[in-house]
Write a protein that binds this ligand. Structure first.
Ligand SMILES: *[C@@H]1O[C@H](CO)[C@@H](O)[C@H](O)[C@H]1NC(C)=O
Ligand SMILES: *[C@@H]1O[C@H](CO)[C@@H](O)[C@H](O)[C@H]1NC(C)=O
Ligand SMILES: *[C@@H]1O[C@H](CO)[C@@H](O)[C@H](O)[C@H]1NC(C)=O
Ligand SMILES: *[C@@H]1O[C@H](CO)[C@@H](O)[C@H](O)[C@H]1NC(C)=O
Length: 206
C-alpha cells in the first residue's frame, strides 16, 4: 500500500513507499493470496546474470485486497507509458520473481507477445484474472511479468504437468480474448537458466 508516513521510499517514476502488508479494510474484497509488486530495470548492454538481476529488482509493496491493488497500481506509470528495459512483476507474497526461487525452479512460463500499444490493456486483464483466481489451477500460478512494452508472461510452478499448462493457456486465450495471431509459447525456467535468457531459443525475437 502506498503511504506517505511509513517505510522506505523507492523511486519508480513516482515515489511510493514500502510498508507492511495491510489487512483488507472492512468492505474491501480480500484476495485469496497476497501479492507483491516488483519493478526492475535492465541495462541492455550488460548480459544478465543472477547477481545483477537481483540488484536491479525492487520490491514496491504487497497488497491483500483488490482495492489495495488498484490504489497501488494507480500510483504507478501505466506500463504502456514506460520506455523499454523496464519490467513489472506481480508475484504471490513470498515468491521472488526469479527462476531460482524454490516455488519457480521446477516451473516455467507462458510467454505472450503483443503488438505495441495493446500490451497495457492485456496486462491489466491478466492481473485481474490472476487476482480473481480465474485460472483454476490451485496453487500453480506464481505470478505475472510485463517485460518491456509488449511481452507478458505468466509463471507457474510445475512445468511437467501438461493438463495444468494447457488450462493456463486456454484461460489466457479466453479471458484475454487474444488476437488469433498472437504468439504464445511455453519455456521452462530450467531452460532459461541453461541459456541465461527468458526468450532465447523461443520464437519471440527481441
Ligand atoms: C495478507 O497479509 C495480511 C497482513 O499481513 C495477513 O493478515 C493475511 O493473513 C495475509 N493473507 C494471506 C492470504 O496470506
Ligand atoms: C533441470 O535441469 C537439470 C540438469 O540439466 C535436471 O537435473 C533437472 O531435473 C531439471 N529440472 C526440471 C524440473 O526439469
Ligand atoms: C505449468 O505450465 C507447464 C507448461 O504449460 C505445464 O506443463 C505444467 O503442467 C504447468 N503446471 C501447472 C501446475 O499448471
Ligand atoms: C550463462 O551465464 C553463466 C554465468 O554468467 C556462464 O558461465 C554461462 O556460460 C552462460 N551460458 C550461456 C549458454 O550463455
Amino acid at each position: 500500500m502506498p503511504h506517505t508516513d511509513c517505510g522506505v521510499c523507492v523511486c519508480v517514476c513516482v515515489c511510493v513507499c514500502v510498508c507492511q502488508t495491510v489487512s483488507p479494510a472492512a468492505g474491501e474484497h480480500p484476495l485469496q493470496y497476497n501479492y507483491t509488486l516488483w519493478y526492475s530495470r535492465r541495462t541492455p548492454s550488460r548480459p544478465a546474470n543472477t547477481q545483477s538481476y537481483e540488484q536491479n529488482i525492487r520490491q514496491i509493496g504487497t497488497v491483500a485486497s483488490v482495492e489495495q491493488f488498484w490504489k497501488f497500481y494507480s500510483h504507478l506509470v501505466r506500463p504502456g507509458d514506460l520506455t523499454g528495459h523496464s519490467d513489472f512483476h506481480l508475484f504471490k507474497e513470498g515468491i521472488k520473481p526469479m527462476w531460482e526461487d524454490e516455488a519457480n525452479k521446477n516451473g516455467g512460463k507462458w510467454i505472450i507477445r503483443l503488438r505495441k500499444g495493446l500490451a497495457s490493456r492485456f496486462w491489466e486483464n491478466i492481473i485481474l484474472a490472476m487476482l480473481g483466481e480465474q485460472f483454476m489451477v490451485g496453487e500453480e500460478i506464481c505470478g505475472v511479468v510485463r517485460f518491456q512494452e509488449d511481452i507478458l508472461s505468466i509463471w507457474n510452478k510445475t512445468a511437467s504437468d501438461q493438463v495444468t499448462t494447457s488450462r493456463i493457456r486456454d484461460t489466457l486465450r479466453r479471458v484475454l480474448n487474444l488476437p488469433p495471431n498472437t504468439i504464445m509459447e511455453y519455456k521452462t525456467h530450467n531452460d532459461s537458466l541453461k541459456d541465461n535468457s527468458s526468450f532465447r531459443n523461443t520464437k519471440i525475437t527481441l
